[in-house]
Design a protein. Structure first.
Length: 273
């Protein structure tokens, strides 16, 4: 994948396509026959088998059922979704997320991807040039939805999110998208392993003015950081640099609204259910 947002095929996507073809041939079906049974085009079936197209959740459910694939295709798709549609510079971090013990995220640009609704994700991706194709957009949305499964992963991850109030006041996507997003954030904040805090618009003391950051604790109890900018991302492993990020994040947790006050602010912003 080049750093222009386009996505290339991956080994996991090719493997999924090969498995799909094997199950199709086991069922003695042609691509045309399978396409009819799952109500997709022949071109879509062929593209997925060739590892050139990300299978959507409905596609996966249908082929899994029609081909009686023993859950294999659904299991493989989880890993495909994590890779296809992700920017190159983000993939290493995304792999670390898979086994993380703790994840901390501070955002001042957009709502963190793990907390986004599909409509908000779509609006964000369509706002930033160059505009993606429908296929690229679908791949990126599917990848984000796959990452969101981490919120309910077993064993659970301890999440901490700090989001700037200004991000929510921007109303990306319009009023309906924003209202649905606020309701979704409230639902996520009710998860026992998720702590969501809002950094108020007026906060003269702010330790995060250097920009967004993420921190992650590995199963081995090592901490790593991640910082992202315009079409770049940097994994930070230097202990001193990570320690500085931890100090800043800890300071921001004390400067942001408490989880309870943050939830109340979100309810006020959303208005009546």
């Amino acid at each position: 994948m080049a750093n222009n947002g386009t996505v290339e095929t991956s080994d996991s996507l090719k493997a999924f396509g090969a498995a799909l073809k094997a199950f199709r041939e086991r069922a003695a079906l042609t691509q045309e026959q399978l396409a009819v049974l799952i109500d997709y085009s022949v071109a879509t079936v062929a593209s997925v088998e060739q590892g050139r197209r990300l299978p959507t959740p409905p596609f996966i459910d249908r082929v899994e059922s029609v081909l009686d694939a023993f859950g294999v295709l659904r299991a493989m798709a989880r890993h495909v979704g994590r890779e296809r549609g992700l920017a190159v510079w983000f993939r290493e971090w995304a792999q670390l997320e898979e086994t993380a013990v703790t994840l901390c995220t501070y955002e001042c640009r957009v709502v963190p991807g793990l907390l986004q609704t599909e409509e908000y994700t779509r609006a964000v991706m369509l706002n930033v040039p160059p505009p993606p194709s429908e296929e690229q957009l679908g791949e990126r949305i599917a990848a984000r939805r796959a990452r969101q499964e981490l919120l309910r992963r077993t064993p659970p991850i301890a999440f901490s999110f700090i989001v700037e109030e200004a991000v929510l006041l921007r109303h990306v996507g319009g009023e309906e998208v924003t209202r649905a997003l606020l309701g979704h954030l409230l639902a996520c904040a009710e998860l026992w392993n998720v702590e969501l805090q809002v950094m108020p618009l007026r906060q003269p003391f702010h330790a995060g003015t250097d920009g967004p950051m993420r921190l992650l604790e590995t199963p081995e109890r090592h901490w790593v950081g991640y910082a992202e900018g315009q079409k770049t991302g940097q994994l930070i492993t230097d202990r001193e640099a990570v320690s500085v990020m931890q100090m800043r994040y800890a300071k921001m947790r004390s400067q942001a609204l408490s989880p309870a006050d943050s939830a109340e602010l979100l309810r006020q912003m959303r208005g009546a259910p």
